[in-house]
Design a protein around this ligand. Structure first.
Ligand SMILES: [Zn+2]
Length: 340
């Protein structure tokens, strides 16, 4: 069978008037793609991290196309990660641009200092319950504080919802909520151009992590302590919806565009299945907590990229538990896993 790697690179059909502005980030993921739509209104998808180098690079990218930051009329955010929205506040102060983002995250974006710290505590509490040692949790706090230096609050002037349409003078984008990588992941579908602006929902060269975060509706969580964090389950459901779409290209937040989204989604699903089996094997081998599994599978990365690795493990554990393949017993405040 021919795999994506063997196939000749198909020509990428990026819609007219749309082009990437690639900015450096201080994060492991590397560069981030912003997508400029030279139409009316002049629209920028995502804003990059709040660093001087990212801002300079953006200014240069806009100048090459005959624009300035001050000309921006609309900023559209794909999700609430620092590498995607960090600079938005600064850009708005200079341009007065509208800010469109998923409505459920508007409160978070408008009050990021407080909300991101609250979210960190929410996540930490759950990780400790899954066997994360306190001293590792402290290290993760430091990493979190570092990330918080790369964004500032921004007011969402236009909260978006599933089914909305973003209008341009020469095209329209249909708005879809695709939670998983983050709770706010939003994709924009240009049906006529058969193109999807996808943020980090589906990336060509790295699989998008389904990160644990505070549920969008914190009140709901408080009312129902049994409510599960299901980032990976949400992500799989979101990918299934994207798989149904007829697309020639997905313009992502990192790396090159995706030209065969169905093959890539199938590849990602197969990788998830393999990892589920591996995790059951690790539990059978006597690794009792999620952190034990993280350490067994990722080694020192489990200490350095705590949030990422633990999200990966917990997402898979929830799927396994949902399928009745594993169970957890709470002993001294820590969840111990066993095969069923
Ligand atoms: Zn992201």
């Amino acid at each position: 069978m021919e795999t994506a790697a063997d196939a000749p690179t198909p020509s990428v059909r990026i819609p007219d008037g749309v082009s990437p502005v690639v900015l450096p980030t201080p994060f492991g993921v590397g560069d981030v793609n912003l997508w400029l739509v030279e139409s009316s209104p002049l629209t920028l998808v995502d804003a990059g991290p709040a660093t001087a180098l990212a801002l300079e690079t953006l200014e240069r990218g806009l100048a090459e196309r005959g624009h300035r930051v001050e000309d921006l009329e609309r900023i559209v955010l794909t999700h609430h990660h620092a590498d995607h929205f960090g600079l938005a506040g600064q850009l708005v102060r200079r341009s007065g641009a509208e800010v469109h983002a998923f409505g459920g995250i508007a409160g978070w974006l408008g009050d990021v200092g407080r909300r991101s710290r609250q979210e960190m505590r929410f996540v930490e509490e759950r990780l400790v319950r899954h066997g994360l040692p306190q001293e590792v949790a402290l290290g993760a706090r430091a990493a979190d504080a570092m990330v918080r230096g790369y964004f500032e609050a921004v007011e969402v002037t236009h909260p978006l919802a599933e089914g909305d349409v973003l209008a341009f003078e020469d095209r329209e984008w249909h708005v879809h909520h695709r939670p998983g990588h983050s709770t706010s992941d939003t994709v924009f579908h240009d049906r006529e151009a058969r193109a999807l602006v996808g943020g980090d929902h589906l990336l060509a060269h790295v699989s998008s992590n389904a990160l644990i975060s505070e549920p969008l509706n914190a009140a709901e969580e408080a009312a129902d302590p049994t409510l599960r964090l299901t980032p990976l389950r949400d992500y799989r459901a979101s990918l299934a919806r994207t798989r149904e779409m007829d697309l020639d290209v997905v313009l992502g937040g990192h790396g090159v565009p995706v030209t065969d989204h169905r093959a890539l989604i199938d590849e990602r699903s197969a990788a998830t299945e393999r990892r589920l089996t591996r995790i059951v094997d690790e539990i059978a081998a006597g690794h009792e907590t999620a952190f034990d599994i993280a350490r067994a599978m990722w080694g020192r990365t489990a200490y350095v990229q705590v949030h990422l690795v633990m999200s990966e493990v917990l997402g898979h554990l929830e799927l396994l538990e949902g399928d009745g393949r594993i169970a957890a017993d709470e002993v001294d405040g820590v969840l111990r896993l066993r095969e069923v």
